[in-house]
Design a protein. Structure first.
Lengths: 272, 296
């Protein structure tokens, strides 16, 4: 049944209009000449120029990117291991607690996670800075990575791993040569998810950062509290552009990987 | 051996950085405020042996929790957070279900694109998406400009800094969390079931209520939990879109911590919030596990 009823067309149109119009308005008004964000006064890119002159924003952006790269990489390694343990690990002591600790951070209010991590860092005498934000971000984003990766691990055919083991692979080799290439798209999207989660986070970073390390969301939040400003619109537009390009590239890459995998499978089937 | 290591590394990480911090919060919530300088008394001094442990427990007290019940700011904030979360979950479901339904019934070749269109805003900064509404809803904002220009209203509506703005912000930012689980439940559904229901004499509306809704129930439940639980502790939306009348516990905790610097009371607020959330979090986890097992 490939025809769309009018109801579906209307709900999709309204739904996507609701999702996208606010961001489109935001982008349009970043090119506004006037300082007043709500009155259109002609096209200009001057707010982008001013943004690039703003050393505080640039410093914060550099901190944010470093935190995001480190924490998402760590989170991907830990999250993939956690997913493997959850799906293939069988029974072990404390499995329920383990899966609870994987799912709970997904819905845990950020104020609680932030406060509890801060009190931990102070308790063990760790100075607040980039390191503490990385540790905090790794902890909550590894859970997202592990959910993404485990959903891929569940659907793939375990007999492939068993075949590799039968043919003389060690467990580590089987993982590296068979499992990892198959779950690679999920691992990559897990990394991207962890990266954007870290890029976005305001609340946990506010609790766990010290005066030496201010991230971009913290900077944006303190500016936005005073009201709407064209400079923030310009910054938001740049961030939306980066994310859009990233997501589209990632989806094209995974699509190509999936097509290639299908072709390989078909070729293998023909060879038999 | 290797297996043990593979289990141990993420396990120990989560124990140290997720579970242990909660006990620290619990401990500090039972301590006295000491001029904002850590460490807060009491401290556990194991070198003194049994006497140290006894001292530790005798110094714990519940005065911060008593304080939470005496000042009605706190319980009002908890109640109002739960109320706002429940109402906005229902609103998100009402807005999100038709979108998920439309996506699941769209031609197969459109679906990946539609899916990406839902995910894309979810990847864009939460803060930016909330900020976008500040320009729309303010008194001189775009919404009021349009309504005034078309003559629907004669004086600007006050929406920003009210609870209405908070509801709009929550529905907007949490919508993908509602759409995606419902969509994945609806997409798996066998459409011939609806045809069967119609052949057996159901009207389209009846078939929807009796077949489609029950089959999408796991998705609806997952979506509602994914929206409701984090919204109860939400901080960014009430502080940017809400007004002085918007009482939410996440904001109270933030102010207790950053403005009043009263860490023990902030910890007590967090402990009570966690107690409120334990039941829905456990139910959510059960639902996820059941679904995962059904797929396996």
């Amino acid at each position: 049944m490939n025809r769309m009823s009018w109801f579906n067309t209307v709900s999709l149109t309204l739904g996507f209009a609701f999702l996208y119009i606010p961001m489109i308005i935001l982008i349009i008004f970043s090119f506004n000449e006037s300082k007043l964000v709500t009155v259109w006064a002609g096209f200009s890119t001057k707010w982008y120029g001013e943004l690039l002159q703003n050393q505080a924003f640039l410093d914060a952006a550099w901190v944010t990117v470093r935190v995001a790269v480190f924490s998402s990489t760590l989170a991907t390694i830990l999250g993939t291991a956690a997913a493997y343990v959850l799906v293939r690990g069988g029974r072990f002591f404390g499995r329920t607690l383990f899966s609870g600790m994987i799912y709970a951070p997904l819905v845990m209010p950020e104020v609680i996670t932030g406060l509890s991590l801060l009190l931990l860092f102070i308790g063990i005498g760790l100075d607040r800075g980039i390191l503490t934000i990385v540790l905090a971000h790794t902890t909550f984003s590894m859970c997202f990575v592990s959910v993404v990766v485990s959903s891929r691990l569940i659907t793939f055919d375990q007999s492939l791993e068993e075949a590799a083991l039968d043919l003389g692979c060690t467990a580590a080799q089987a993982f590296r040569l068979v499992t990892l290439p198959i779950i690679a798209p999920a691992v990559i999207s897990g990394w991207l998810l962890a990266f954007t989660l870290s890029l976005d986070d305001l609340v946990i970073a506010s609790f766990t950062s010290g005066p030496s390390a201010t991230t971009l969301p913290i900077k944006i939040f303190s500016a936005v509290r005073l009201g709407v400003s064209p400079e923030i619109n310009a910054l938001s537009t740049l961030m939306i552009a980066v994310v859009t390009v990233g997501v589209i590239t990632a989806s094209l890459v995974t699509k190509r990987a999936m097509v290639r995998q299908k072709q390989d499978e078909m070729a293998a089937a023909r060879a038999e | 051996m290797r297996r043990a290591l593979l289990i141990a590394i993420p396990y120990v990480w989560l124990l140290a950085l997720f579970l242990v911090p909660f006990f620290i919060v619990l401990k500090i919530s039972l301590s006295d405020i000491e001029l904002a300088i850590p460490p807060y008394t009491p401290t556990l001094d194991l070198s003194q042996g049994w006497a140290g442990i006894r001292d530790f427990f005798s110094q714990l007290d519940f005065e911060n929790f008593v304080w939470l019940t005496e000042d009605d700011l706190y319980w009002k904030a908890y109640l109002s957070s739960v109320k706002i979360a429940l109402i906005s979950t229902v609103l998100t479901l009402i807005v999100g279900y038709p979108i998920a339904y439309g996506m699941a019934r769209a031609p197969t070749e459109w679906r990946p694109t539609l899916m990406m269109l839902v995910i894309l805003p979810f990847w864009t900064s939460f803060l930016i998406r909330v900020y976008a509404w500040m320009g729309i809803l303010s008194n001189e904002g775009y919404l009021n400009q349009i309504l005034l220009w078309t003559g629907i209203i004669s004086t600007p509506l006050t929406i920003l800094n009210t609870n209405t703005a908070v509801y709009i912000g929550i529905v907007y930012t949490y919508l993908p969390f509602m759409i995606l689980p419902i969509y994945s439940a609806l997409e798996r559904m066998d459409e011939s079931l609806i045809e069967a229901a119609e052949d057996l004499g159901c009207s389209r509306v009846q078939a929807f209520w009796l077949v489609t809704i029950p089959l999408s129930r796991p998705g609806i439940i997952a979506g509602c939990f994914l929206v409701m639980i984090p919204v109860i502790g939400e901080f960014v939306i009430p502080s940017l879109l809400g007004g002085s009348g918007t009482l939410m516990i996440g904001k109270v905790l933030w102010e207790e911590f950053f403005s009043n610097r009263d860490w023990p009371v902030a910890s007590a607020v967090a402990v009570v919030l966690l107690l409120i959330l334990v039941v829905p979090i456990v139910l959510f986890q059960r639902n996820q596990q059941k679904q995962a097992e059904a797929e396996q």
